[in-house]
Design a protein around this ligand. Structure first.
Ligand SMILES: CC(C)(COP(=O)(O)OP(=O)(O)OC[C@H]1O[C@@H](n2cnc3c(N)ncnc32)[C@H](O)[C@@H]1OP(=O)(O)O)[C@@H](O)C(=O)NCCC(=O)NCCS
Length: 270
């Protein structure tokens, strides 16, 4: 039985990934002393072979992408969570960009903010901004940037999942088979996305939300913290589903929805 999870890597790195997979198959599955305390603690709570394989794979990938440079666009609260993933994955933070003049020349993670986001023209970047429209605008403006896709090592992701560039998947998220996730989405801490959901570009799925199978979330929509959505619901684009909603009906575009059962309370222009 093969229990190794396949991680998302950019297409140009696929040869290296195949090499890593071959190495894992040839090597014994455990070298705990190389993993550090974090891996050991995790293992104590998850004594299954696929978790062991995941940790092992992750530590190898960390070695593989060591010193890979990346720039951070936006240095608000959300960026702290992004930096956590960058550190765990062995990326090297190379530059900071932010549009807030107050932050210019300020230090964050040992670096000074170089300038506004538009002044970052090319290289590898991550947009560390929670606002869905702002992420879309930045992606449309900075066409030469190579956007990194980040996955926290504790996320559990089926191998039958598509994930677009620039998307970030936070700690403890669970994503089941047949799910398609677009570009520059945020799948936040502990979110559960069940089989065959379609998450379109620039969507933010907030922490501790649960999407049952076959849910479709339109471009740019926010699913608020702690919401639940029953199977096969279609949610329009650029809408906001309020915190704690229980969504049992399809929802339109460009609206704010609250409550249980969730209903629109206002509509806005895109
Ligand atoms: C739904 C939401 C977007 C509305 O924000 P808003 O447009 O500023 O709306 P308001 O705060 O003016 O609230 C409008 C009305 O809806 C009610 N309301 C707002 N959010 C609600 C919620 N989650 N559940 C139930 N009622 C809610 C308000 O009490 C208010 O009612 P009133 O008119 O009777 O006084 C916001 O409250 C929310 O829930 N955001 C989720 C944020 C989130 O999860 N972010 C992820 C961070 S990682």
């Amino acid at each position: 039985m093969r229990l190794i999870r396949v991680f998302f890597v950019p297409a140009e790195d696929s040869d290296a990934l195949v090499q890593i997979l071959n190495d894992i198959v040839l090597m014994p599955p455990l070298k705990l002393q190389e993993m550090g305390m974090r891996g050991k603690e995790w293992l104590m709570n998850n004594r299954s072979w696929d978790v062991i394989a995941n940790i092992y794979m992750d530590s190898l990938l960390k070695l593989y992408i060591k010193n890979r440079d990346v720039c951070l666009l936006g240095i608000g609260g959300h960026s702290k969570v992004i930096v956590e993933i960058l550190n765990l994955k062995g990326y090297k933070l190379q530059g900071l960009y932010d549009d807030n003049l107050i932050t210019h020349n300020q230090e964050f993670c040992g670096l000074k903010v170089s300038g506004p986001i538009n002044s970052f023209e090319s290289g590898s970047g991550v947009i560390a901004i929670g606002d869905n429209k702002i992420r879309k605008n930045i992606n449309n403006r900075l066409i030469k940037v190579n956007w990194e896709t980040l996955i926290h090592p504790s996320a559990i992701i089926s191998k039958d999942v598509e994930i677009g560039e620039g998307t970030v998947i936070m700690a403890g998220a669970i994503i089941q088979p047949g799910v398609k996730i677009g570009k520059h989405c945020i799948i936040n801490t502990g979110a559960c996305i069940d089989h065959d959901c379609q998450i379109n570009d620039y969507v933010h799925i907030a922490p501790n939300t649960s999407l049952a199978g076959g849910v479709n979330v339109g471009e740019g929509t926010l699913i608020g913290i702690g919401s639940s959505i029953i199977p096969n619901i279609k949610i329009g684009q650029w809408s906001k589903i309020g915190a704690g909603c229980v969504v049992i009906n399809d929802q339109p575009d460009n609206c704010t929805v609250v409550g249980s059962p969730a209903k629109p309370i206002k509509f806005h222009n895109e």
